[in-house]
Structures are given as structure tokens and as C-alpha cells.
Write a protein that binds this ligand. Structure first.
Ligand code: ZN
Length: 303
């Protein structure tokens, strides 16, 4: 059984020490039975220290943290659990400087913890493919917000020094967002094709030239923002605008600046939270833990 909790206090009471945290991770990661992180074998022996296991096939010894974002961490799991609570429950996430103070760890260590948690949030499959009424838009992050839509001609690599993020949101549903290299028609269409289902009821965009051929595949409506036209019947981009302002409040308000290199992870963090905005806070913590498979090393992060 997987332990449930709905406040930070309750979570800390449920997991008073390292062993209860380990037991919780095991309950989540092995909810369909124990398996070896090295070879996948389900022939797993449990040692009496309650922390280590051995594979009956490849003979390797391992803990529940092996093969996850927690592998090799020197921090107690309780600190990780608090970090997970904070990043999943605060609408704008948390700054590494703040987390460092809250957990009494160095800022470097807090920064690494948060990036590993963003790495766990990277999976986009939760929301895609979007159906129903969908809004698609692109936005620029970093630098000055001048000339947001890249001009009449479309295409090009956007505004100097800025990163381009594309997003698609299902009204009353989930969001899919990612950093794209440019606003060429091919790039934008590829994003749309991956994010939305061919069965969508409608697709709303602005007048960017990259969207001009969407009508060949989807029921596509356009609003002309340059003519101050924002809503035409069912066609508008107000839901995705709401998501963009949330993303920008996170990036500008909390982190002040995010390098292009790491932007994708911040976008993953924000869309992960958005897609679980109606889910209880404790459930969000467990959901992120369930996604902890995989490793992001410090070396890879700063490379
Ligand atoms: Zn094995």
C-alpha cells in the first residue's frame, strides 16, 4: 500500500527517518513487484538491513535508489521529500537559494536537487495527445519581449538572444510545451502534430505564418492579434496565454534568469505542475517519486 498524506506536516510525520523514506520509495517503485535496476530480473533477494537487495540473476547488490535521481545522493531522503513537496506544491516552484535555506544545504546542492527533480518531471506523455478545443501558441523567453510574434513574414530563428517555447493546451485539460529551435513552418507543424490528436474539435492560433497550413489537417481558427482581435466565436488563445504568464512568473519571479541550456527543464517543471493542478498535493509528491527512474549526473548537467 502506498502511503498518502495531504500536508507537509503529515508527510514528515509519516516519514520520521531514513528507513520509512526508503520503505516509501520501495512501495512506489516496486508497486508491481521488486525488480533489479541493472538487468530487470524479478528474482530479488532482500537483506536483513532492510536497505539492500541482491539480484538472483546478475548477482549485483543494490539499494532502491540505484537507477534513480536519488542514486549517489549524500542528502537524507527526508530532505529530498521536503524538496519534492515544495517544488510540486508551490505554483511557481522554488528557488535554489530558498531551498538551500529551508533544508540547510548549500545552494549548489539545492540547485542540483531541483534540477534532478525537474528531470523527473520531464515526461510529457501525461497530457499528449491533446483533444477537444486546443490552443497553440509560441512565446519568447529571456531578453526583451519586443516583437513577440517575429514579424509578418514568420520563420527565422526568433528574436536575438531569446529562446522560443511552443505550447499547446487543451481547454480544461493538459498542456504540452517545449523549447523549439526556430519558428519555421516545419518546426511549428512538427510540434503541433506531436502535441495534438488528429481528432481535435478545434485549434486556435494567432496569425503567425508558421500556422498557415494547419487548416489542411485540423479545424483551424485564427485570431489576428496585430489587429487587436482576440476572440472570434470559439477561437482565442486565452488559456495558453494564462499558461505563459504562469511560466514567466516562475522564470522571472522565482529564478530571475534561466539560461537557454536549462530552459527546457523549467518548462517541463511548469507543465508537469499545470497538468496536475487538480490533483491533491500529496498525490503530486508520490507521482513525481514514481517518475524518479533515470539519472542526471552533475557532470551532464554542467556540461
Ligand atoms: Zn540483475
Amino acid at each position: 500500500m502506498i502511503q498518502q498524506f495531504d500536508s507537509l506536516l503529515q508527510m514528515m510525520e509519516a516519514f520520521p527517518d531514513e528507513q520509512t523514506c526508503v520503505d516509501h520509495l520501495r512501495a512506489i517503485r516496486w508497486k508491481n513487484g521488486a525488480y533489479c535496476p541493472h538487468c530487470g530480473s524479478t528474482k530479488v533477494y532482500h537483506f536483513s538491513d532492510k536497505l539492500s537487495h541482491k539480484c538472483g540473476d546478475c548477482r549485483q547488490r543494490f539499494s532502491i535508489k540505484v537507477g534513480t535521481i536519488f542514486e549517489d545522493t549524500k542528502l537524507p531522503l527526508r530532505k529530498w521529500f521536503i524538496a519534492i513537496w515544495l517544488i510540486t506544491s508551490h505554483k511557481k516552484g522554488i528557488a535554489s537559494t530558498q531551498l538551500a535555506k529551508d533544508l540547510k544545504i548549500t545552494q549548489k546542492s539545492a540547485w542540483f536537487v531541483l534540477h534532478r527533480l525537474r528531470y523527473a518531471a520531464r515526461t510529457q506523455s501525461f497530457a499528449a495527445p491533446l483533444e477537444g478545443d486546443v490552443e497553440v501558441d509560441e512565446t519568447y523567453v529571456g531578453g526583451k519581449a519586443k516583437n513577440k510574434h517575429g514579424g509578418r513574414s514568420g520563420g527565422g530563428s526568433g528574436v536575438a538572444g531569446k529562446a522560443i517555447v511552443m505550447g499547446a493546451v487543451e481547454r480544461n485539460g493538459g498542456v504540452v510545451a517545449s523549447v523549439v529551435p526556430n519558428t519555421d513552418r516545419e518546426t511549428m507543424e512538427e510540434f503541433v502534430d506531436n502535441a495534438i490528436s488528429p481528432k481535435v474539435t478545434s485549434v486556435s492560433t494567432d496569425e503567425h505564418q508558421g500556422y498557415r497550413r494547419l487548416a489542411l489537417k485540423y479545424p483551424h481558427g485564427t485570431v489576428h492579434h496585430s489587429k487587436k482581435e482576440y476572440v472570434v466565436g470559439n477561437t482565442h488563445t486565452q488559456t495558453i496565454d494564462g499558461y505563459w504568464s504562469q511560466l514567466k512568473r516562475q522564470i522571472i519571479g522565482i529564478h530571475h534568469f534561466v539560461s537557454k541550456k536549462h530552459l527546457g527543464r523549467y518548462v517541463a517543471e511548469s507543465s508537469w505542475r499545470y497538468n496536475r493542478r487538480h490533483v491533491g498535493e500529496g498525490e503530486r509528491v508520490n507521482a513525481l517519486m514514481a517518475n524518479a527512474t533515470g539519472r542526471l549526473t552533475y557532470k551532464a548537467l554542467i556540461a
